[in-house]
Ligand binder design. Structure first.
Ligand code: AVJ
Length: 311
């Protein structure tokens, strides 16, 4: 099945379920990736700065904890490498034989990644792999080195608890005794700090969310009328789930190619969950997935955390 066909099937299946939903993985077309860059620069979106602080201040400690002599760092959804370059550099000073394997869906972002890492950390062995990491991880199966799998940036937040457990079980399947997983998670905190990160006054997150409809219009021949839909975000301080929705502002009918989808006035589409964690939830997750929680590294304000797991 082609990518477009799969996109269409998932969109139609989502819009035909009750309540309606759309998969958040489709946010990141070219326009969506650019809007996400804008989100990362917003003052309300505290996540990247907090994670960056952890990398700047805790990498040394993490390197000592891992204490490997031959290590493969495998990063899922690596992006341009700007975030990880310091971490890779510090590990390179502690690990005599270090390799870095950034995995990303985007081929072009990996070109930028390679330039940066090769110039800043020339000693590290480097190989990037473009594609879906469920597939590209398999290409690295043949190995003898110890492994550190990295899934940073609160990307696991887009999974609901059951999906997050399934994901961790999959990762555990890729780990041998002595291997590590480093997971970047956003932490539960004052709800008044979390909500604006997903509901900024400039409307950047609104554009990010509604871009999904623009993408459907362009790639699947949709006729969503952008002015007839709105962005709505919530945060639930007990569950720790920040959720985004698209709201239909009127009763309307939308065409997607030859298909028809009906909306009631005020009907919602669920588009994203951004789960926030605490130690209790992380322990539940690790127990359910059968992976051992090893250590916990957070920034000064306890906004964000890097969690180290052992197989
Ligand atoms: C890329 C999944 C970490 O959930 O915080 C940002 C995506 N969505 N604003 C997040 C996002 C709305 C982001 N992650």
């Amino acid at each position: 099945m082609s990518d477009t066909q799969l996109f269409k099937e998932e969109v139609l299946a989502g819009l035909r379920s009750t309540p309606k939903r759309l998969p958040s993985k489709y946010f990141y077309d070219e326009a969506g990736s650019l809007i996400f860059q804008e989100i990362m620069d917003m003052p309300e979106y505290y996540l990247p700065a907090a994670e960056f602080e952890i990398i700047q201040t805790r990498s040394e400690e993490i390197a000592k904890r891992i204490n490997a002599s031959q290590l493969d760092i495998i990063e899922l959804g690596a992006g341009d490498g700007r975030k990880m370059v310091h971490f890779v550099d510090v590990l390179c000073q502690h690990v005599p034989c270090l390799s870095y394997f950034p995995l990303d869906i985007s081929d072009s972002i990996l070109t930028i990644n390679e330039q940066l890492i090769r110039s800043e950390v020339p000693k590290v062995k480097y190989r990037s792999l473009a594609g879906d990491y469920f597939h590209t991880l398999r290409e690295l199966e043949d190995r003898t080195n110890q492994r550190l799998i990295v899934f940073a940036g609160s990307n696991i937040g887009n999974y609901r608890t059951t999906e997050a457990i399934a994901f961790l079980k999959f990762i555990k399947g890729e780990m041998k005794p002595g291997d590590f997983l480093l997971l970047g998670v956003d932490l539960k905190k004052n709800p008044k700090k979390i909500l604006p990160a997903y509901n900024d006054p400039q409307g950047i997150t609104r554009r990010f969310n509604l871009n999904l409809l623009t993408r459907i219009n362009r790639e699947l021949g949709g006729d969503f009328e952008l002015n007839s839909f709105d962005h709505y975000a919530t945060y639930h301080p007990i569950s720790g789930a920040a959720e985004s929705f698209i709201v239909s502002l009127k009763k309307q009918t939308v065409r997607i190619g030859s298909e028809i989808v009906k909306f009631e006035k005020d009907e919602i589409i669920q588009t994203e969950i951004s789960q926030k964690y605490d130690l209790t939830l992380l322990k539940q997750l690790s127990t359910a997935a059968g992976i051992a929680l090893d250590s916990f590294y957070s920034d000064q304000k306890d906004l964000f955390s890097w969690v180290l797991f052992r197989s």
